[in-house]
Design a protein around this ligand. Sequence first.
Ligand SMILES: Nc1ncnc2c1ncn2[C@@H]1O[C@H](COP(=O)(O)OP(=O)(O)OP(=O)(O)O)[C@@H](O)[C@H]1O
Ligand code: SF4
Ligand SMILES: [Mg+2]
Length: 369
Amino acid sequence: MKLFDPTPDKDTIMYAKGLKMWFPLRRGITDIIKRRPRLYVHAVDGIDFKIQEGDVFGFAGESGCGKTTTGKAVIRLYDPTGGVVGYKPRKKLLEEWSSMGYEPPMDEHGYVDLAKIPRKYTRPLRKELQMIFQDPYGTLNPRFTIFEILEEPLLIHGIGETREEREDIVAKALEAVKLVPPEEFMYRYPHMLSGGQRQRVVIARAMILNPRFIVADEPVSMLDVSIRAEILELLLDLKRQFKLTYIFITHDLAVARYITNKIAIMYLGKIVELGETRRVLENPLHPYTKALIAAIPEPDPRNRLRLRDIPIKGEVPSAVFVPPGCRFHPRCVALDQNPQLKPSCTQKEPPLIEVEPNHYVACWLYAKK
Ligand SMILES: Nc1ncnc2c1ncn2[C@@H]1O[C@H](COP(=O)(O)OP(=O)(O)OP(=O)(O)O)[C@@H](O)[C@H]1O
Ligand code: SF4
Ligand SMILES: [Mg+2]
């Protein structure tokens, strides 16, 4: 049985090993008096993955499975609770850390562990690792002009000495996201833009520091269907032009199929299936992935009937009281069909097992193959 190995290879830009992000629940006074143990939301509960330079690496799964938390934890918008986030830094980042008097420890492969960078040294990371948020309405300050919104990161990072220089950089960023001519957009406020144009500004803000790794969190899900394709095209264009690597978070498997080349399916803080997107979506192996794919609306009524054969039971359990063993077992239809699996499924967490080349599944059904 070959298990997933997150050890980096030649083109790996980032890998995670046992990454955990738990959020403590607030305790009431009675909890403290009665000395009840502190409870945690196990948002990300020990995941391994490996991203190669140039990948569009998808994270998919139902609401609350930990996609956004993973994205924020790997670029240190959160401080991970545990695990390793190995990242191969550019020379510029190492030089900037060095000028701050910080020499990060490196592993034998030349990766720094982002999870362990002291908070006071995380600011330079923003020049390498950026995030595009889902909601173009919520993330742009309505009182700032587009120029001021895009100038802010430049001011924070001391880029562009004069206003003219900064205007020049902002204009180039607007051109890169095809808001042209830039002068037409620079001095407008966000409410003077369409949803698609705002999302372009959000993307320009992520691009302005010239990053190489972007976490795009549901970047098109709030947009009208008619403009989704052009924003996805823009992201692919930018990737080619600036040699970017993306983590692309989506709950929409059709979008994932279009834009990602690899995909990790998450369930309750764990990766349950991992592989090339096309393989995973055409030949899903985990009962959860099968159920997710079956839930995609199927316009053809004949197929709809067929898909009803793979139901999914019940609700997602709480991320505070995670079921023991395979955390999917209370909802797993395959378990009803294979009662002999029960002891493993309910007692032991399945690891990511390689079932075909580069296609991994965390399910005891595949343990002996
Ligand atoms: N700051 C936080 N404090 C406490 N719990 C949190 C916090 N952020 C997320 N969670 C919890 O962690 C779990 C994972 O949340 P997350 O936002 O990562 O899910 P998601 O997969 O991105 O979902 P969605 O598709 O709805 O965006 C959820 O149970 C959520 O309630
Ligand atoms: S390990 Fe068992 S419970 Fe979990 S998905 Fe596989 S068959 Fe279902
Ligand atoms: Mg989310």
